[in-house]
Design a protein around this ligand. Sequence first.
Ligand code: MN
Length: 155
Amino acid sequence: MSLKEYRKKRSFSKTQEPGESKQKRKSVKLVYVIQKHDASHLHFDLRLEEEGVLKSWAIPKSPPQEEGIRRLAVQTEDHPLGYEDFEGIIPEGQYGAGKVETWDKGDYLPLEVTSFKRIIEINGKKLSGKFCLIKLKAKEPQDKNWLFFRLKKKD
Ligand code: MN
C-alpha cells in the first residue's frame, strides 16, 4: 500500500487535500465514504479504509442505492486516511480540479476480501446493507474496472 501515485499527482502547496495519512485510528470501525466530485466529469468517489489507506474507486453514475443497480467503479490510486474529511475546491490546473463534497459517510465491515472481490456491509446514511465490489476481467493489464452493487436482502 503506497501513496506514491497519489502524491505524485498533486502539488500540496497548491491544493488543500491531505498529503499524509492521519495517525491510524484506534477504533475497529473502518472508514467508508463516497465523495461527490464535480471534476471535468461529475463522478462519485467510493473510498474504503484498508490497511492504513483508503482504497478508491470512481463511479461515473450515481451510487447504487437500490437492489438491481450495477455501477461501473474504476479503481483509482489509494488515498490517505483523513481524505474522507476533505471537502472543498481542488484548484484549477491541479489533478482532479473541481468541487469535492461528502455524499455519504459512515463505516463498513469487510465480510469477504480477495484481490478481485469484496463483500462488505456498509453503514452509511444513503447506502446501508451488504454490497459487493467485483473486479471485471481485464482486457489490458492496466484495466481496473469493477462492478459495485447492492446485494439482495436475503444474501
Ligand atoms: Mn475523483
